[in-house]
Write a protein that binds this ligand. Structure first.
Ligand code: 3YE
Length: 204
């Protein structure tokens, strides 16, 4: 089993889907979550991890003088836990180039839009403003350029006429909870490999 570290900033619903999937033997994810790190104390995601008996650490970005030093503190925790793969599950910090290069190919994020549309922290607001009838979510490798890494998995989700940010978010999250464990399975079972040119090699 590959050892996974999950980085969170909030409620941890995607963390929960990863916990549930990795503990369901019938899904053959090939991974176990060994540590959950939050940059914010007292968030619901930490309680989910504790309830599941998973080690939790709070690394507050406000305790560090620079982004690099904050990221280095996270890397120390990940190394100490023996982590192979890092999953960003609602983690709301931009990662430094050093961190991204160190974990490159073993670092994935779930984003709530069909990338390359609607990058950034306001995907649902931007999708509604654009009037698209289809949105969705994307699991991608993390590159220094935000929300621009190679795409591992996507799911399409309809936008309904009276959708609000909240109602759209809720519908898209259902799809996130399905494709994030799937993408982790591809990586943990070595069905995908990130190449130097940012393409993905698929092994079936
Ligand atoms: N970092 C890199 N590349 C990526 N982080 C995430 C994805 C991803 C990444 O593809 N290099 C919003 C971040 C957007 C933002 O501006 N955050 C602020 C802090 C805001 C806060 O603490 O609430 C910041 O300075 O980082 C994960 C998703 C990032 C979401």
């Amino acid at each position: 089993l590959k050892k996974v570290g999950v980085l969170i900033s909030g409620s941890g619903t995607n963390l929960q889907s990863l916990i549930d999937a990795t503990r369901d033997p019938s899904q053959h994810i090939g991974a176990e979550i060994v540590i959950v790190i939050s940059n914010k104390p007292n968030v619901e995601g930490l309680k989910r991890a504790e309830k599941a008996g998973i080690k939790t650490v709070v690394v507050k970005h406000t305790d560090y003088p620079s982004r690099e030093e904050f990221d280095a503190a996270i890397t120390v925790e990940l190394f100490t836990a023996g982590v192979d793969i890092v999953c960003l599950a609602g983690f709301m910090r931009i990662l430094s180039n050093t961190f991204v290069h160190l974990w490159r190919g073993n670092l994935i994020n779930v984003h709530p839009s069909l990338l390359p549309s609607f990058k950034g922290a306001h995907a649902h607001k931007d999708a509604l403003a654009a009037g698209v009838r289809i949105s969705g979510c994307t699991v991608h490798f993390v590159e220094t350029d935000i929300d621009s890494g190679a795409i591992i998995e996507q799911a399409a989700v309809p936008v309904l006429p009276n959708d609000t940010i909240e109602s759209l978010q809720e519908r898209v999250k259902m799809a996130e909870h399905r494709i994030f464990p799937l993408a982790l399975k591809y990586l943990a079972t070595e069905r995908i490999h990130l190449n130097d040119d940012n393409s993905i090699t698929w092994n079936y």
